[in-house]
Ligand binder design. Structure first.
Ligand SMILES: *Cc1c(COP(=O)(O)O)cnc(C)c1O
Length: 394
């Protein structure tokens, strides 16, 4: 495809960006399972290594399949550069290694992926980088937590599992007024539903393991942002630190992107119907879904997202016994903590994803014993509902 891809629409970019057809004239994107590349002369090798000539060198940091995925995802997020990584966690680690140094400080939402909390506190902490955690939706707390050495504001929106929604534009303004970067983990919405760079965010994190692949086949990640911070700095960490994405995984995720917006729309439609069904069920105490009119940030979600996503959480009347009973009565839904798959999954956060939190932390985060999270897949919504209804009606 030619240079004027930016003028094309999202669904076209998702299908057409990134593939450089080879002399074999293949239609579908090829996989390049090669660790190294060959030079035509010693002088060419020297020019490549010196960075004077662009081109492939070694697959830890240059591989055409990986590059096709990076270019496609960059186009979808509206970013200059994308760097693919071995996992979502590798994307966060590489971003922090690239942009932070000892003595720096992160302000992070408290409602982030559990392993990200461990990375910030335990591992970055070892190298003198500290983190303060705040309520995602309380702008005041973000403001109060910023210190002279703060470099990064970090968040996920909507949050997991309670689907709170952050005001990305307001937090980007706050970050920039303190010379900080806003880093958004856009795993739950994907660029099909939300494009944080367009709202002022500086860096986007992805776990390609989730909706980008969308069929539960690979572990992968990506960082998207400008040519300097991501294209040079994060890329440098991948080149020298090595958490690269494999060509096969890049190919799977690349093909996943082609159907991303169709799938996200279908996930959202199914999730909206499930949320409505649960909302009306008298054994359900509360439903968490940004597309419900009584969601506290319904207006904000409507303005910064083009769909409400596939995650629905709810509190059943009772406690752990009632919640576990609903999970155990399902016959189709997968009891697993993963999400972003065509298959619906059901989770009890208090004893799994959030099981490491203390009682007080759970209470603070709203992770009660009667809370269930459903990552709504693409099965027929009636079958999903019936599977959950069995335990609810019991
Ligand atoms: C899964 C996930 C991650 C980590 O991604 P991996 O690919 O499992 O390393 C990070 N952030 C969010 C929001 C996730 O759901």
């Amino acid at each position: 495809m030619s240079d004027d891809l930016e003028q094309l629409h999202f669904d076209t970019l998702a299908i057409r960006t990134g593939h450089q057809r080879t002399p074999e004239a293949e239609h579908s994107e090829p996989i390049f399972p090669t660790s190294s590349f060959v030079f035509s002369s010693a002088a060419e090798a020297a020019a490549r290594f010196a960075g004077e000539q662009p081109g492939n060198i070694y697959a830890r940091f240059t591989n055409p399949t990986v590059r096709a995925f990076e270019q496609r995802l960059a186009a979808l997020e509206g970013g200059e550069s994308c760097v693919a990584t071995a996992s979502g966690m590798a994307a966060i680690l590489a971003t922090c290694l690239a942009l932070l140094q000892a003595g720096d400080h992160i302000v992070s939402s408290r409602s982030i992926f559990g392993t990200t909390t461990v990375l910030f506190e335990k591992y970055l902490g070892k190298f003198g980088i500290t983190t303060s955690f705040v309520d995602l939706t309380d702008l005041n707390q973000w403001q109060q937590a910023v210190q002279p050495n703060t470099r990064i504001l970090f968040l996920e929106t909507p949050s997991n599992p309670l689907t709170e929604v952050a005001d990305i534009r307001a937090l980007a303004d706050l970050a920039h007024s303190h010379d900080c970067l806003l880093v958004v983990d856009n795993c739950f919405c994907t660029p099909a539903l939300q494009q944080p760079l367009k709202l002022g965010a500086d860096i986007i994190i992805h776990s390609a393991t989730k909706y980008l692949d969308g069929q539960g086949r690979i572990v992968g990640g990506a960082v998207v942002g400008d040519a300097d911070k991501v294209g040079t700095e994060v890329f440098g960490v991948i080149r020298s630190g090595g958490p690269s994405m494999s060509p096969f995984n890049a190919w799977v995720a690349l093909k996943g992107l082609e159907t991303l917006s169709l799938r996200m729309q279908a996930h959202s439609n199914n999730a909206a119907q499930l949320a409505e069904f649960l909302h009306q069920h008298d054994r359900v105490e509360q439903v968490y879904y940004p597309g419900l009119l009584d969601h506290p940030q319904y207006q904000l979600a409507s303005s910064q997202q083009s769909g409400f996503g596939g995650i629905v959480s709810f509190k059943v009347r009772g406690g752990r016994e009632q919640a576990w009973n609903i999970i155990d009565q399902t016959r189709m839904l997968s009891i697993t903590a993963n999400l972003g798959d065509t298959k619906s999954t059901i989770t009890h956060p208090a004893t799994t994803t959030h099981g490491r939190l203390s009682e007080q932390q759970k209470q603070q985060a709203g992770i009660s014993e009667n809370l269930i999270r459903v990552a709504v897949g693409l099965e027929d919504i009636e079958d999903i509902q019936n599977d959950i209804q069995r335990g609810l009606d019991a």
